[in-house]
Design a binder for this molecule. Structure first.
Ligand code: FAD
Length: 317
């Protein structure tokens, strides 16, 4: 099997790769093989080789929204690393392996509005499309014109409507075999210096909240839609915490005593109840059990089920 993979051009193969090194949490056991595919042909050939030999497969990007199990992955982890960024007027096409911040910076430099509020969100473009990443009232879906992806059999393209974007959600999140290859975004002409000054003020706030060295995944839980809350919980939410029809998960977590809680080397930030980080040497087991503890506290107090924004590899049982 490894011989077949090693023969594929533009595929880098790392055997027994420690996944902790590839995740922002710094947590996770080894993958039997980590495969970096630099073009579509390499990706498709690798996928077929893995399928033929029955190896389990996982796809990751920049590793900024992942909890990888301590036992690692008993098969292959694939990363699609094609990272081109190409402009045609106000349209931009980016490979799924492009660093999101590089795309944000490139659009700002060209005076193109649409991604500037996403400045400082870690990870790659493919991961951002998968989870419909966003911040400050905007998310990537607003700019998506088309997404090119591999569905395990062939390469296809979806327009925005077919991507079924919703808050931190997309069609790709529900089809684990699909691999995002590239995205085409429709931007708007604007003044570059205005965009740059907005982006740098956002970046400053973000760096205070999430210091670049912090081993975390941003928010652990999704915020909650006010309209979907049971009446008993809705009645306990003060108007000033509601933003764009959502109640921050941090509001419920804070009331449930989450701030500062810890389990081994994993800790909830003192200043933000929806931010969990690894203080060093933490494990997925500790992290998962702290997450379950916080969910139980919110359930007991408010009758609400928090949903993780962070993704588990392998998928949560
Ligand atoms: C400090 C910090 C702050 C953050 N702030 C925000 C924020 O403000 N807003 C926000 O939305 N997110 C935020 N996040 C979360 C994270 O940055 C985003 O979810 C990001 O888009 C994940 O991209 P990634 O490449 O790191 O994906 P990964 O973490 O590698 O993967 C996440 C998921 O995407 C899937 N995936 C990745 N690439 C592909 C692909 N090519 N094809 C198919 N599936 C794929 C993986 O299977 C996995 O399920 C933050 C994270 C951190 C650490």
């Amino acid at each position: 099997m490894l011989f077949r993979l090693l023969a594929i051009p533009n595929l880098q193969v790392f055997v027994n790769a420690p996944l902790a090194r590839y995740t922002r949490f710094g947590i996770g056991g080894p993958a039997r093989a980590l495969l970096d595919a630099a073009d579509e042909t390499a990706l498709v050939e690798a996928w077929r080789a893995l399928r033929d030999s029955g190896w389990p497969r996982e796809v990751i990007g920049g590793g900024s929204n992942l909890i990888v199990d301590d036992s690692g992955v008993p098969g292959a982890v694939l990363r699609y690393t094609e990272n081109s960024i190409r402009f045609d007027g106000t349209t931009v096409q980016a490979g799924a392996g492009a660093v999101l911040q590089d795309l944000v910076d490139a659009t700002i430099d060209r005076g193109l509005r649409g991604l500037e509020t996403m400045t400082g969100i870690p990870g790659w473009v493919g991961g951002a499309v998968y989870g419909n990443a966003g911040a400050y009232g905007h998310s990537i879906e607003e700019r998506v014109a088309r997404v090119r992806f591999f569905d395990g059999e062939s390469i296809r393209e979806f327009g925005r409507a077919e991507c079924r974007f919703a808050y931190r959600d997309s069609a790709f999140k529900h089809c684990k075999n699909w691999i995002i290859l590239s995205v085409t975004l429709q931007m708007e002409a604007a003044d570059a210096s205005e965009l740059r000054s907005l982006a740098s003020s956002i970046l400053k706030i973000r760096n205070d909240k999430y210091p670049p060295s912090m081993r975390c995944a941003g928010s652990i839980f999704k915020n909650l839609m006010l309209a979907e809350l049971p009446e008993s919980a809705r009645a306990r939410v003060p108007g000033e915490v509601i933003r764009e029809g959502k109640v921050p998960a941090a509001f419920f977590l804070e009331q449930a005593g989450a701030k500062g809680r810890s389990n081994g080397a994993i800790r909830v930030a003192d200043y933000h109840a929806n931010l969990i980080y690894n203080t060093g040497g933490g494990s997925a087991r500790e992290l998962r059990s702290l997450i379950l503890d916080l969910k139980a506290r919110v359930r007991d107090r408010f009758g609400l089920e928090l949903e993780e924004e962070v993704q588990y590899i392998p998928a949560a049982p």
